[in-house]
Write a protein that binds this ligand. Sequence first.
Ligand SMILES: C[S@@+](CC[C@H](N)C(=O)[O-])C[C@H]1O[C@@H](n2cnc3c(N)ncnc32)[C@H](O)[C@@H]1O
Length: 252
Amino acid sequence: MFEGLMMDKNYWIKKSGQDGNIIWRPGRSLGLKGAMGRIGNIARNVEEILKNKRKIKILEIGAGFGRALLELKRKYGDKVEVFGTNYEKDWNQKLTNEYALDQGFKKKDIPKIYMGFDAGKKLSFKSSSFDFVFCQATMQYISDRALFIEEVNRILTNHGLAVLELQEFRDDHPKKYKKMVEIWQDKKQIDFLRYLKKFSNLKIKKSRGRDWHYLIIKKSEGFKLNLKLKKVINVEKISSKYWGIKVLYELR
Ligand SMILES: C[S@@+](CC[C@H](N)C(=O)[O-])C[C@H]1O[C@@H](n2cnc3c(N)ncnc32)[C@H](O)[C@@H]1O
């Protein structure tokens, strides 16, 4: 029902640097370092999962150039298989290949990229396909974030883990767009984070130095958030100074 966000901002991909080098868009090459302040130490998550399994599958939703996946593959080699998704058609396999080789990664480290991927819909992966799913600087563009959280749980393997940056609150937005997710029941608002905390398979953590939180999901069979998407507001259409889309839910 709700389409993903068509981004109107000028999302340039690459520029020529002074000495002939390529400058890649920094906000799409956050890598493991960028992840630290958003979703924590994801290499440590991978190491924990590897304690119980010899080889694991890793998926990043909204991978940009795929830097974090490239770094994980370089670090863990044959112990990991890496996959990423992007929404826009220019953010495809060819671009990731070009980025990876320019940045000194090896061909064997390049993740498989699924482009044209809208994570606000049922995900096109089989249940129990990935041991580790992560998502940084992306969830604010996903329309049905409650469905997304349920879907991520569905595609996790039995002992799988996911870490998703929520960006549920932005202090740099005007008051009515500070909360990027609202839940309503009988004209009363229910706090989104407090609601998530009710589920035993979910854990909320603060993103370091940022206004928002991230979510840790442990696979739980049949998990449902029981939220119905009612409204999607693209706040970037209201002002190019704002980020993402705001979503309103009703308790089912
Ligand atoms: C700021 S970039 C993420 C950067 C990347 N995670 C990194 O570490 O550099 C935002 C990402 O959101 C993705 N995206 C935008 N709309 C989306 C949607 N509806 N569903 C899934 N991904 C979406 C874009 O393709 C892009 O990869």
